[in-house]
Write a protein that binds this ligand. Sequence first.
Ligand SMILES: *[C@@H]1O[C@H](CO)[C@@H](O)[C@H](O)[C@H]1NC(C)=O
Ligand SMILES: *[C@@H]1O[C@H](CO)[C@@H](O)[C@H](O)[C@H]1NC(C)=O
Ligand SMILES: *[C@@H]1O[C@H](CO)[C@@H](O)[C@H](O)[C@H]1NC(C)=O
Ligand SMILES: *[C@@H]1O[C@H](CO)[C@@H](O)[C@H](O)[C@H]1NC(C)=O
Ligand SMILES: *[C@@H]1O[C@H](CO)[C@@H](O)[C@H](O)[C@H]1NC(C)=O
Length: 831
Amino acid sequence: MLSSNSLFFILLLGFFCVCYGFDPVDEYLIDCGSSKDTNFGNRVFVSDKSGSGSKFLSVSQDILADNTKSSDSPIYQTARVFTQTSSYKFPITKLGRHWIRLHFSPFVYQSYDMSLATFSVSTQQNVLLGNFSPKKDVSVKEFSVNVTTGDLVITFSPLSDSFAYVNALEVVSVPDSLITDDASTFGPSGVFSGMYAQALETVARVNMGGPAVSSENDTLWRSWVPDKDYLTQPDFAKSLSKIGSVKYLAGGATSDIAPPSVYGTCTKMNVDGAGNDASANFNVTWVFNVDVGFQYFIRLHLCDIVSTAANQLLFNMYVDSSNIASDFDLSSKVQSRLATAYYVDFVTPQANTNNISISIGPSPKSGFPDAFLNGVELLKLNNSRGSLADVSSIPPPSSSGSKKNIGVIVGAVVGVTLVLLVIGFLFCMRRRRKQEQLGLSKTWIPLSIGGGGLSHTMGSKYSNGTTLSAASNLSYRIPFAAMLAATKKFDESLVIGIGGFGKVFKGVLNDGTNVAIKRGNPSSQQGLREFQTEIEMLSQFRHRHLVSLIGYCDEKNEMILVYEYMENGTLKSHLYGSDMPSMSWKQRLEICIGAARGLHYLHTSYAKAVIHRDVKSANILLDENMMAKVADFGLSKAGPELDQTHVSTAVKGSFGYLDPEYFRRQQLTEKSDVYSFGVVLFEVLCARPVIDPSLPREMVNLAEWAMKWQKKGQLEQIIDPNLAGKIRPDSLRKFGETAEKCLADFGVDRPSMGDVLWNLEYALQLQEAVIQVDPDENSSNLIGELSPQVNDFSHVNATTSAMQFEASNLDDLSGVSMSKVFSQLVKSEGR
Ligand SMILES: *[C@@H]1O[C@H](CO)[C@@H](O)[C@H](O)[C@H]1NC(C)=O
Ligand SMILES: *[C@@H]1O[C@H](CO)[C@@H](O)[C@H](O)[C@H]1NC(C)=O
Ligand SMILES: *[C@@H]1O[C@H](CO)[C@@H](O)[C@H](O)[C@H]1NC(C)=O
Ligand SMILES: *[C@@H]1O[C@H](CO)[C@@H](O)[C@H](O)[C@H]1NC(C)=O
Ligand SMILES: *[C@@H]1O[C@H](CO)[C@@H](O)[C@H](O)[C@H]1NC(C)=O
């Protein structure tokens, strides 16, 4: 009598939970690109065009895509297309965790083939998706972030020449109790604290032994998938279902943790159970695909619907080869009751392979051999930069075309002089010969932090100090022996550049990949910090227009960085000082556009802007297709925090490119890079060194000289003679205006890299005459958002002449590190 009453009560409770469940305070459901509200899975997604959703969106262009002929669910028949960085901003009433769900279903709309879109998505704090290209029929990306400010801004940033899109999005409150601050672990390993600060991405949410559970049947609108695709050996497993018997105990799991349809089914060892198969001894294993270099949160859902009596079944659970729970006795966790919902949370160390496996197997202490699991959730934790973006799979450097053994890479050298560069270059040219196979073995050892072993063990690592924490985000550590082999023991004849950091060697890995190997000089001024910065930056930032880091070596106090080899050397070497053929205007524009894209990506793609700090033509490298890539991140700094407007720092950078405002105030913003880039633009146009002391006084400083002519409207007087008559006047005017704005005396008056990029693209179109310009139209109207204010250069004359004086006995100083020339003038922080 009593028991049937309580069963009734439990069923009623379950019914209650499913019907009403959690009532989210914040709930924004947006049907992107739709002009009407749409019902989807019993919920209404509002239009962001005319509906109440429109107030959340800020876009510069309004591209609504639709595909109403398709038979897809209505929310997937429309999308927003973003050709520029665009955001949704949602006011948050209740701070704390929120789901962000992004729905993608590509289709072709006009010229936008969404399966080709590549973009990043970020919030103010976290990068959610990087270089993402959703191609599947429908993909739903789910994130859970703790919102700590009154707004949540979700920004879509198209990459390169691509665009972004989204079909629908959800921002919904999550109950505070769903993910607590600590993820407990079994055994001696301890506890991972600080879950509250983590942004999480759902990798897998699996209902063991049961069917898919759709979002409508989950109180928090989660979707669960069956486990059969994850099982390594389905024969070893069998499923069981007793959904009606699931109980939730006060203080334990609730139906918000997982619904009865998850707890009520399980996958167990394929044994008869109850001792009929006493010698069974095997594991049931599920394998999940993960990204190297990230930590993962694992939630195991357990509910004993297998046993007939409590405290009889004990079993083992493993994550990879680590035993996370020996002789686990679920009964002891749930007051010796059967069929009672329970869960445990783990955080793994950084993954060092693409697989995480979860296994269950019998314990010798058990009354009978069996083991079961009801559900698994696997969530990715953000990395130390707050990013969830997959930067793990380091693509092999493009080896196509690298068989030609010509050219030179300057693997991004700080403080290298042009003279040395040219010597290095000529040296390499002389060494042109057939590629040798060095027969070394390229052993990729994934980076592990904490100096601990590489094994994937639970625990202890969390509390360890890290030896190379800046570099903890997945680059590849390469054994020193492989470095010796690749460079013939650092044979001097392979040196292709020398800089403040040390020497750059050309190397060949055993698979024939050409690489540039930069070996830090232990006594160099630029020490460990720049080494770490470079690894960290380049591991985090992967972009077509940023030079890729292939790996590094920090064995035996070495500081060695291995980069992709850039066949065509520096932009600078193609402009002057060598006998290379002159580049066409179109080629130059394309290079500028590529470099601008790389910088734009650095400035915008992560929650915090990254400032390069040493933008110059010697740091723009060209691959075999003359595609530009920005190099040398040794000086890079994360940009200002949200509440600050600048980073205060000792002046570093290169002579001739230095932002006068930065020099005066020692305050760094991304606009300092914009200034330096403006100098590069003039350098590209005029093909001369940025500082040339051999010239008459007023011509020494290129920026000053070019601005004088630009202001007179006679820039064509000083352009590279090779370009004379080959640049269309509109294109030149647009280019000159863009460079001029970059050189505005005050950072606030300079355009963003995004604007610069846009204007350079426009200059290219004008050159190609894609656009017919109305002769009456003042082209400066087209960049109306750019401030027209460009201040007179006289402010900086005093400074620049001091520089010229100091520097007058060198031919070209643009490569010389500021801190060297001005060690007397600028009090530089010791490094
Ligand atoms: C969110 O973060 C704040 C601190 O910024 C913390 O106090 C709060 O407990 C967190 N909420 C959750 C649900 O983790
Ligand atoms: C939800 O669950 C009920 C009962 O388990 C089932 O009949 C129904 O089809 C489910 N709904 C969806 C959308 O899966
Ligand atoms: C189950 O897997 C763990 C971890 O890989 C392993 O140590 C153990 O020997 C396996 N047990 C059986 C019975 O195969
Ligand atoms: C990951 O697991 C799959 C399937 O079991 C296997 O084919 C693959 O080799 C594994 N990869 C790694 C890196 O362990
Ligand atoms: C995730 O980002 C937060 C800051 O947003 C940071 O405190 C935390 O350490 C990061 N997590 C990991 C695993 O690095």
